[in-house]
Ligand binder design. Structure first.
Ligand code: SAM
Length: 173
């Protein structure tokens, strides 16, 4: 089966495959639910216009060059460099941080096998998320991945379908 090239992708999918992906925000209800559970202190990749925490790193500081501490939220740019973000989340957890990530559930990738597979928790989102102000649901599945500090590590895999997130919004079962 061939995949559509950028030029032949339907309009409704194009923003998710372009650099605009960088700007696609976490669904607010998903963030609020996780924030109530974890109490985030740092959004590790954001702009002033989409930051989810008072403290955040933007491209101006280049988060990948900063030290991540406390309880971190990470919805990274979904481009080719996503593996560097996931590696940084893993490394930061070894350095004492908790990093909760919203990631495309690309279970065949190198970064998934090298880092996500060894996370403390993987919560597979049932249904598809609707990012930011998008009209349509994402064309890929998502997972919330939790890297806890090394000293607290254990492993859990869950299937999650929070009622508040998906009532009337899900495109798939
Ligand atoms: C998918 S958006 C997430 C935005 C927001 N944190 C949220 O959860 O809705 C990814 C963000 O990472 C930012 N970003 C890209 N490269 C970065 C870098 N090197 N350092 C910090 N932030 C970066 C982008 O500007 C974008 O705002």
């Amino acid at each position: 089966m061939s995949h559509p090239s950028p030029s032949t992708r339907p309009d409704r999918l194009r923003p998710l495959f372009s650099s605009a992906t960088d700007l696609w925000e976490t669904p607010l209800d998903l963030f609020q639910e996780l924030d109530a559970e974890f109490g985030f202190t740092l959004d590790v990749c954001a702009l002033p216009t989409n930051a989810k925490c008072r403290k955040f790193f933007s491209p101006a500081e280049d988060s990948l060059k900063q030290r991540w501490t406390g309880t971190c939220w990470m919805n990274p740019p979904y481009g080719r460099n996503i593996g560097s973000w996931v590696r940084k989340a893993w490394e930061s957890s070894r350095d004492g941080a908790t990093v909760v990530c919203l990631l495309p559930a690309r279970t065949d990738t190198k970064w998934w096998h090298e880092y996500v597979a060894h996370a403390s928790e993987i919560r597979y989102v049932r249904g598809r998320l609707r990012f930011g102000k998008a009209v349509n649901s994402a064309p890929f599945p998502s997972a919330v991945v939790v890297f806890r500090p090394w000293s607290m590590r254990w492993s859990t895999t869950l299937s999650v379908r929070p009622r508040s997130l998906f009532e009337g919004k899900s495109s798939q079962g």
